[in-house]
Design a protein around this ligand. Structure first.
Ligand SMILES: Nc1ncnc2c1ncn2[C@@H]1O[C@H](COP(=O)(O)OP(=O)(O)OP(=O)(O)O)[C@@H](O)[C@H]1O
Length: 238
Protein backbone atom coordinates (compact mmCIF):
# COMPACT_ATOMS: atom_id res chain seq x y z
CA UNK A 1 0.00 0.00 0.00
CA UNK A 2 1.30 3.42 -0.84
CA UNK A 3 0.21 6.54 0.99
CA UNK A 4 -1.03 9.55 -0.90
CA UNK A 5 -0.51 13.22 -0.24
CA UNK A 6 -3.30 15.23 1.35
CA UNK A 7 -3.61 18.86 0.41
CA UNK A 8 -6.06 21.56 1.40
CA UNK A 9 -5.75 25.02 -0.13
CA UNK A 10 -7.89 27.68 1.53
CA UNK A 11 -10.51 24.97 2.08
CA UNK A 12 -13.39 27.01 3.43
CA UNK A 13 -16.73 26.29 5.02
CA UNK A 14 -19.08 28.68 6.72
CA UNK A 15 -20.82 27.70 9.90
CA UNK A 16 -23.28 29.94 11.72
CA UNK A 17 -21.80 32.93 9.90
CA UNK A 18 -18.28 31.96 10.99
CA UNK A 19 -15.69 31.15 8.31
CA UNK A 20 -13.39 28.21 8.85
CA UNK A 21 -10.36 28.12 6.55
CA UNK A 22 -7.83 25.33 6.37
CA UNK A 23 -4.52 24.89 4.59
CA UNK A 24 -2.48 21.72 4.89
CA UNK A 25 0.06 19.81 2.86
CA UNK A 26 0.92 16.35 4.08
CA UNK A 27 3.41 14.33 2.08
CA UNK A 28 2.66 10.69 1.23
CA UNK A 29 3.52 8.23 3.98
CA UNK A 30 3.87 10.84 6.72
CA UNK A 31 2.08 11.16 10.07
CA UNK A 32 0.58 14.57 10.79
CA UNK A 33 -0.80 15.45 14.22
CA UNK A 34 -3.58 18.03 14.48
CA UNK A 35 -3.49 19.99 17.69
CA UNK A 36 -5.27 23.04 19.03
CA UNK A 37 -7.84 24.20 21.55
CA UNK A 38 -11.29 22.68 21.87
CA UNK A 39 -13.50 23.98 19.05
CA UNK A 40 -10.49 24.92 16.89
CA UNK A 41 -11.75 22.79 13.99
CA UNK A 42 -9.66 19.61 14.22
CA UNK A 43 -12.58 17.23 13.76
CA UNK A 44 -14.01 19.48 11.05
CA UNK A 45 -10.74 19.27 9.13
CA UNK A 46 -10.82 15.45 9.26
CA UNK A 47 -14.49 15.46 8.23
CA UNK A 48 -13.65 17.61 5.21
CA UNK A 49 -10.96 15.16 4.13
CA UNK A 50 -13.29 12.18 4.70
CA UNK A 51 -16.11 13.94 2.84
CA UNK A 52 -18.58 14.00 5.74
CA UNK A 53 -18.59 17.75 5.30
CA UNK A 54 -18.08 19.69 2.08
CA UNK A 55 -15.94 22.71 1.36
CA UNK A 56 -17.65 25.75 -0.08
CA UNK A 57 -14.50 27.34 -1.53
CA UNK A 58 -10.88 26.35 -2.04
CA UNK A 59 -9.51 22.94 -2.92
CA UNK A 60 -9.00 19.55 -1.38
CA UNK A 61 -6.86 16.92 -3.05
CA UNK A 62 -5.74 13.42 -2.19
CA UNK A 63 -2.82 12.49 -4.39
CA UNK A 64 -3.53 14.20 -7.70
CA UNK A 65 -7.29 13.85 -7.44
CA UNK A 66 -9.68 16.68 -6.65
CA UNK A 67 -11.95 15.44 -3.85
CA UNK A 68 -14.28 18.38 -3.48
CA UNK A 69 -17.23 16.61 -5.12
CA UNK A 70 -16.33 13.00 -4.26
CA UNK A 71 -18.65 11.02 -1.99
CA UNK A 72 -17.14 9.74 1.28
CA UNK A 73 -17.36 6.10 0.14
CA UNK A 74 -15.31 6.88 -2.96
CA UNK A 75 -12.49 8.69 -1.16
CA UNK A 76 -9.27 6.74 -0.53
CA UNK A 77 -9.68 7.25 3.20
CA UNK A 78 -10.49 5.32 6.40
CA UNK A 79 -11.51 7.04 9.62
CA UNK A 80 -11.40 5.86 13.23
CA UNK A 81 -13.41 7.86 15.76
CA UNK A 82 -12.95 8.32 19.50
CA UNK A 83 -15.55 5.62 20.17
CA UNK A 84 -18.58 3.84 18.73
CA UNK A 85 -16.66 2.52 15.75
CA UNK A 86 -18.20 -0.96 15.98
CA UNK A 87 -21.67 -2.41 15.38
CA UNK A 88 -22.63 -3.85 18.76
CA UNK A 89 -24.84 -6.64 17.33
CA UNK A 90 -22.09 -8.02 15.07
CA UNK A 91 -19.15 -10.09 16.25
CA UNK A 92 -15.56 -8.88 15.92
CA UNK A 93 -14.75 -10.80 12.73
CA UNK A 94 -17.88 -9.42 11.06
CA UNK A 95 -17.08 -5.89 12.19
CA UNK A 96 -13.64 -6.17 10.57
CA UNK A 97 -15.07 -7.88 7.48
CA UNK A 98 -17.29 -4.84 6.89
CA UNK A 99 -14.09 -3.03 5.93
CA UNK A 100 -13.78 -5.17 2.80
CA UNK A 101 -17.32 -6.42 2.21
CA UNK A 102 -19.93 -3.85 3.17
CA UNK A 103 -22.58 -6.41 2.15
CA UNK A 104 -21.01 -9.13 4.26
CA UNK A 105 -20.59 -11.73 1.52
CA UNK A 106 -17.38 -13.23 2.82
CA UNK A 107 -15.28 -15.80 1.00
CA UNK A 108 -12.54 -17.88 2.58
CA UNK A 109 -9.82 -15.46 1.53
CA UNK A 110 -11.63 -12.63 3.28
CA UNK A 111 -11.78 -14.57 6.52
CA UNK A 112 -8.04 -15.19 6.35
CA UNK A 113 -7.50 -11.45 5.77
CA UNK A 114 -9.68 -10.63 8.78
CA UNK A 115 -7.79 -13.06 11.02
CA UNK A 116 -4.44 -11.68 9.84
CA UNK A 117 -5.56 -8.10 10.61
CA UNK A 118 -6.76 -9.14 14.07
CA UNK A 119 -3.45 -10.87 14.67
CA UNK A 120 -1.61 -7.72 13.60
CA UNK A 121 -3.38 -5.68 16.30
CA UNK A 122 -2.88 -8.38 18.94
CA UNK A 123 -6.43 -9.78 18.95
CA UNK A 124 -5.97 -13.34 17.72
CA UNK A 125 -8.90 -15.48 18.85
CA UNK A 126 -11.30 -12.55 19.25
CA UNK A 127 -13.22 -13.35 16.04
CA UNK A 128 -16.42 -14.58 17.68
CA UNK A 129 -16.49 -12.17 20.63
CA UNK A 130 -19.08 -9.38 20.69
CA UNK A 131 -17.97 -5.73 20.97
CA UNK A 132 -19.66 -5.31 24.38
CA UNK A 133 -17.32 -7.92 25.89
CA UNK A 134 -14.15 -6.05 24.86
CA UNK A 135 -12.27 -3.31 26.72
CA UNK A 136 -12.14 0.17 25.22
CA UNK A 137 -8.58 -0.37 24.00
CA UNK A 138 -9.49 -3.70 22.41
CA UNK A 139 -12.44 -2.14 20.62
CA UNK A 140 -10.19 0.57 19.18
CA UNK A 141 -7.77 -2.09 18.01
CA UNK A 142 -10.65 -3.76 16.16
CA UNK A 143 -11.44 -0.42 14.51
CA UNK A 144 -7.81 -0.16 13.41
CA UNK A 145 -7.90 -3.75 12.10
CA UNK A 146 -10.92 -2.80 10.01
CA UNK A 147 -9.09 0.25 8.66
CA UNK A 148 -6.13 -2.02 7.81
CA UNK A 149 -8.18 -4.47 5.76
CA UNK A 150 -9.66 -1.56 3.79
CA UNK A 151 -6.14 -0.75 2.56
CA UNK A 152 -6.92 2.89 1.91
CA UNK A 153 -3.92 5.19 1.41
CA UNK A 154 -5.03 7.72 4.03
CA UNK A 155 -5.96 6.96 7.66
CA UNK A 156 -7.77 9.60 9.73
CA UNK A 157 -7.75 9.13 13.50
CA UNK A 158 -9.95 11.44 15.60
CA UNK A 159 -8.64 11.20 19.16
CA UNK A 160 -8.88 7.43 18.90
CA UNK A 161 -7.20 6.68 22.21
CA UNK A 162 -8.41 9.58 24.36
CA UNK A 163 -10.44 7.31 26.63
CA UNK A 164 -7.49 5.02 27.41
CA UNK A 165 -4.94 5.24 30.21
CA UNK A 166 -1.47 6.68 29.50
CA UNK A 167 0.34 3.35 29.14
CA UNK A 168 -2.22 1.81 26.82
CA UNK A 169 -2.45 5.04 24.84
CA UNK A 170 1.27 4.95 24.30
CA UNK A 171 1.17 1.29 23.21
CA UNK A 172 -1.61 2.07 20.75
CA UNK A 173 0.28 5.01 19.28
CA UNK A 174 3.33 2.81 18.82
CA UNK A 175 1.11 0.30 17.05
CA UNK A 176 -0.17 3.03 14.71
CA UNK A 177 3.38 4.12 14.01
CA UNK A 178 4.47 0.55 13.25
CA UNK A 179 1.50 -0.01 10.95
CA UNK A 180 2.21 3.26 9.21
CA UNK A 181 5.80 2.20 8.58
CA UNK A 182 4.71 -1.24 7.32
CA UNK A 183 1.95 -0.02 5.02
CA UNK A 184 3.30 3.37 3.96
CA UNK A 185 -0.11 4.97 4.49
CA UNK A 186 -0.49 8.66 5.26
CA UNK A 187 -1.93 9.28 8.74
CA UNK A 188 -3.64 12.32 10.25
CA UNK A 189 -4.29 12.09 13.96
CA UNK A 190 -6.10 14.50 16.27
CA UNK A 191 -4.67 14.56 19.76
CA UNK A 192 -4.88 16.75 22.84
CA UNK A 193 -1.50 15.56 24.05
CA UNK A 194 1.40 17.63 22.66
CA UNK A 195 3.91 15.07 23.87
CA UNK A 196 2.15 12.31 21.96
CA UNK A 197 2.07 14.49 18.88
CA UNK A 198 5.80 15.12 19.18
CA UNK A 199 6.48 11.38 19.71
CA UNK A 200 4.51 9.97 16.83
CA UNK A 201 4.20 12.66 14.18
CA UNK A 202 6.51 13.83 11.40
CA UNK A 203 4.57 17.04 11.08
CA UNK A 204 2.34 19.10 13.37
CA UNK A 205 -0.56 21.29 12.30
CA UNK A 206 -1.77 23.82 14.87
CA UNK A 207 -5.36 25.00 14.56
CA UNK A 208 -7.07 27.82 16.40
CA UNK A 209 -10.49 29.43 16.04
CA UNK A 210 -11.43 27.61 12.84
CA UNK A 211 -8.13 28.15 11.05
CA UNK A 212 -4.95 26.22 10.43
CA UNK A 213 -2.50 28.68 11.95
CA UNK A 214 0.82 26.93 11.38
CA UNK A 215 2.37 23.67 10.26
CA UNK A 216 5.88 22.34 10.41
CA UNK A 217 8.20 19.51 11.38
CA UNK A 218 7.38 17.94 14.76
CA UNK A 219 10.97 18.39 15.85
CA UNK A 220 11.15 21.65 17.81
CA UNK A 221 7.56 22.63 16.91
CA UNK A 222 6.46 23.20 20.50
CA UNK A 223 9.39 25.51 21.18
CA UNK A 224 8.53 27.81 18.30
CA UNK A 225 7.80 31.40 19.31
CA UNK A 226 6.49 32.54 15.93
CA UNK A 227 3.10 30.84 16.11
CA UNK A 228 0.27 33.00 17.43
CA UNK A 229 -1.71 31.26 20.16
CA UNK A 230 0.61 28.28 20.52
CA UNK A 231 2.14 29.14 23.89
CA UNK A 232 -1.30 30.07 25.23
CA UNK A 233 -2.57 26.68 24.11
CA UNK A 234 0.37 24.94 25.75
CA UNK A 235 -0.15 26.95 28.94
CA UNK A 236 3.25 28.59 28.75
CA UNK A 237 1.94 32.18 28.65
CA UNK A 238 3.22 34.69 26.14
N1 LIG B 1 -22.54 20.09 12.94
C1 LIG B 1 -22.20 21.27 13.45
N2 LIG B 1 -23.02 22.33 13.37
C2 LIG B 1 -22.67 23.55 13.88
N3 LIG B 1 -21.48 23.79 14.46
C3 LIG B 1 -20.62 22.77 14.56
C4 LIG B 1 -20.92 21.46 14.07
N4 LIG B 1 -19.85 20.65 14.31
C5 LIG B 1 -18.94 21.44 14.92
N5 LIG B 1 -19.39 22.69 15.08
C6 LIG B 1 -18.65 23.83 15.66
O1 LIG B 1 -17.50 24.05 14.85
C7 LIG B 1 -16.37 24.38 15.68
C8 LIG B 1 -15.24 23.39 15.42
O2 LIG B 1 -15.63 22.12 15.91
P1 LIG B 1 -14.65 20.84 15.87
O3 LIG B 1 -15.43 19.69 16.41
O4 LIG B 1 -14.07 20.73 14.52
O5 LIG B 1 -13.52 21.30 16.90
P2 LIG B 1 -12.33 20.45 17.54
O6 LIG B 1 -11.09 21.25 17.36
O7 LIG B 1 -12.33 19.06 17.00
O8 LIG B 1 -12.75 20.46 19.08
P3 LIG B 1 -12.53 19.37 20.28
O9 LIG B 1 -11.06 19.39 20.58
O10 LIG B 1 -13.34 19.95 21.39
O11 LIG B 1 -13.05 18.05 19.79
C9 LIG B 1 -16.87 24.37 17.11
O12 LIG B 1 -17.16 25.70 17.48
C10 LIG B 1 -18.13 23.52 17.03
O13 LIG B 1 -19.05 23.91 18.03
Amino acid sequence: MIGQSVSLKAATLERDGHRMVFDADIAPGKIAALIGPSGAGKTTLLNLIAGFERIEEGAIRIGEADMSKTDPADRPVSMVFQENNLFSHLDIATNVLLGIRPRLSADTGDLATVSAALERVGLTGFERRMPGTLSGGERQRVAIARALVRRRPVLLLDEPFAALGPRLRRDMLLLVKQLQIETGMTVLIVTHQPQEAADIADEIIFLDAGKSVAAGPAEGFFKRKDIPGLSDYLGHGE
